[in-house]
Design a protein around this ligand. Structure first.
Ligand code: AMP
Ligand code: ZN
Length: 114
């Protein structure tokens, strides 16, 4: 997608603080962190949201979660705890329409959703 900000990050067209990448998935730091550790994990392929993932693309979810776990290890929050959030649609506050997993940790988090 030409104008998608996360596609631009994936293509290396805008700078980012890279945490992980492989041939399918890229992870980078959120520019407005909501926790001491706040990393976004995204597929290289443009998929707008969880709602747009096809049945054939479902295995990608497992890979994204696996990378989230690796990121948690790399960031030192694997044992202390972390939260994974996938905002989907306007009521959930999804702003960037390229599916992404937030990995949040590094301190206690309350149970408030959103
Ligand atoms: P969401 O509200 O789930 O769509 O989350 C989008 C997230 O992307 C927000 O937490 C933003 O702070 C983050 N964000 C927006 N632009 C960038 C960027 N260029 N690099 C890293 N994170 C970004
Ligand atoms: Zn995109």
């Amino acid at each position: 997608m030409q104008d998608c900000i996360f596609c631009k990050i994936v293509r290396g067209e805008i700078p980012t603080s890279l945490v992980y990448c492989d041939d399918e998935i890229v992870a980078f730091r959120d520019t407005t962190p909501q926790a001491p550790t706040h990393v976004l994990v995204v597929p290289r392929r443009h998929i707008s949201s969880l709602n747009d993932l096809t049945a054939e693309e479902m295995p990608l979810l497992g890979k994204l979660l696996q990378v989230c776990r690796e990121v948690a290890k790399k960031e030192g929050v694997f044992e202390s705890g972390y939260r994974i959030a996938v905002n989907t649609g306007p009521d959930a506050g999804q702003v960037v329409e390229h599916i992404h997993f937030h990995v949040l940790g590094g301190g206690p988090m309350n149970l408030e959703i959103g």
